[in-house]
Design a protein. Sequence first.
Length: 306
Amino acid sequence: MTEVLKVTPTKLNQIANHYTTHTAHQKLPKGTKFMAKLPGVTITGYQSGKVMFQGKLASQEASQWQAAAVSTNEVYPQMKSANDLPTNFSQLAVLGSDEVGTGSYFGPLTTAAVFVDQDHLASLRKLGVEDSKKLSDPTIIKIAKQIMAQCPYHVVNVKPQDYNRLIRKYNQAQLKAICHNFVLGKVLNQIAPVQPAAILIDQFVQPSTYFRYVRDQSPIIDKHVFFKEKGESYHLAVAAASIVARYISLQTMDDLSARAGITLPIGAGLKVDQVAAQLLKQGQDLNNFAKLHFANTKKAIKLARQ
């Protein structure tokens, strides 16, 4: 497996420094800045700004640098870039998708897609639909129920046990891409023969990488697709998807907390380590509650032994 990223000169230096202790000491080919070998993956950085990851763990290793990647021309012909958004985009009938839970140790990875046609734009604004991070949990619950009553939607809620199984096969960014593609396809089936004017995905990797991640999926949703970070500020469909995803995630967190016998905190900080350690001391299996590949797992095990 091979993954290639394009990064800035500053980021290239940062990546090279990161792998200093694993750098090969042989003479490097012309144009090569560094070469490093880790178990399961070889990383080669080029003066051009390209970084190539090769081996069975290529995707996993590359995923930690995805946010640093810059746009390339390696895009699908149907795909549009975020800069191509029409001036009246916020007024169009759009299918939007977003996910929550990627940075939280406890709980699921929850992805939602919502179709907002022009007839529902005003009513969603009146409800107060906006970035879910700005809304309290009670407000999320109230608004999400109304969105789900008014708009076609679909949610895929990957709970910890399933997440831990899937993350052995996919890196987190690829798993997110597959989930986005899946929920978008489900909503398109719901609303057929109606077609959205556009699809807006809350961007988490470069578009070319996204489509590479979903190339084995069927169907691949790739027509009239746009990508934008903070997509909720460009169309209410993404904001609505974020709210619905968070609502389902909150429900799951409540269920998991009840099962654990303790309130499971959001995030990946010290409090999370402490609660995870407490669960271990009680003989609980973290596989049922948490994303085990996070660094919190090792920290919790260490705390539990003290």
